[in-house]
Design a protein around this ligand. Structure first.
Ligand code: 13P
Length: 253
């Protein structure tokens, strides 16, 4: 089965509304029509309305949030609900990014609640998993990844899985300039797919898209995307520049 590559820009805490507009203006001129890949940009919450306004009326680039609450509404200061994201024009939400896990204490239990809330709202979760260097060096890679997948996908039905994107991001490769080699990424992503097969069956495992993230740049995107189990990227630093992100997108054509 052929899976459509999905290439997403995670802008993290960068790009105020004016900067998001300065990015999207040339980027949408470069990609005015739908491409062979699914392109997604994930601005901060405050830049979502401006980005949605600029993305309206085109279907080449989708809009994602970087996080959301699993609660529907109420006394949750500082939080944002799925319904709010839908209203502002999001189609995707990044969940369980390693920065959310390590800096804001998110665990698989809360990430699992967010996955359920996202699907209930009709949004596509981009679910991040990944091991630290200590875990990899300590022989814990497979254990950590299978725990993260089992925990964050608890209670999810096989029929819902094709609507979920997995992003494998080795923590040691995020923002470090140290990319996983294509062989390392392929081997690990094949393992991730085998866990999905164990949990949900072979047809689901064939359909689910698994992105790679961690120091993806125009110079390494081609050899990474050529790997059979890499179905796109979640890009941090190199997604802040429209030309650089555009080159990464083209690697996925
Ligand atoms: P970098 O591309 O800056 O390493 O960030 C990767 C990442 O965390 C994307 O979510």
């Amino acid at each position: 089965m052929s899976r459509k590559n999905i290439i997403a820009a995670n802008w993290k805490m960068n790009m105020a509304p004016s900067e998001a507009a300065a990015f999207l203006d040339p980027f949408l001129k470069a990609f005015p029509e739908p491409t062979p890949v699914e392109i997604v940009v994930a601005p901060s919450f405050v830049s979502l309305p401006k980005a949605a306004e600029l993305l309206a009326g085109q279907s080449a680039v989708g809009l994602s949030a970087q996080n959301m609450s699993h609660e529907k509404s109420g006394a949750f200061t500082g939080e944002t609900s799925a319904a709010m994201l839908v209203e502002v024009g999001c189609q995707y939400v990044i969940l369980g990014h390693s920065e959310r896990r390590s800096l804001y204490g998110e665990d698989d239990v809360v990430i699992n609640r967010k996955v359920h809330a996202t699907l209930a709202a009709g949004l596509v979760p981009i679910l991040c998993i990944g091991e630290s260097l200590e875990e990899r060096d300590g022989g814990q890679l497979e254990f950590v990844l299978s725990q993260q997948l089992e925990g964050s996908l608890a209670g999810i039905d096989a029929s819902q899985m094709p609507g979920i994107v997995i992003a494998y991001e080795p923590v040691w490769a995020i923002g470090t300039g140290r990319t996983a080699t294509p062989e390392q990424a392929q081997e690990t992503q094949a393992y991730v797919r085998s866990v999905i097969e164990r949990l949900f069956g072979g047809a689901v495992a064939e359909a689910v898209r698994i992105q790679y993230g961690g120091s993806v740049k125009p110079g390494n995107a081609g050899e990474l995307i050529a790997q059979p189990d890499i179905d796109g990227f979640l890009v941090g630093g190199a997604s802040l520049d429209p030309a650089s992100f555009g080159e990464i997108v083209k690697a996925g054509f």
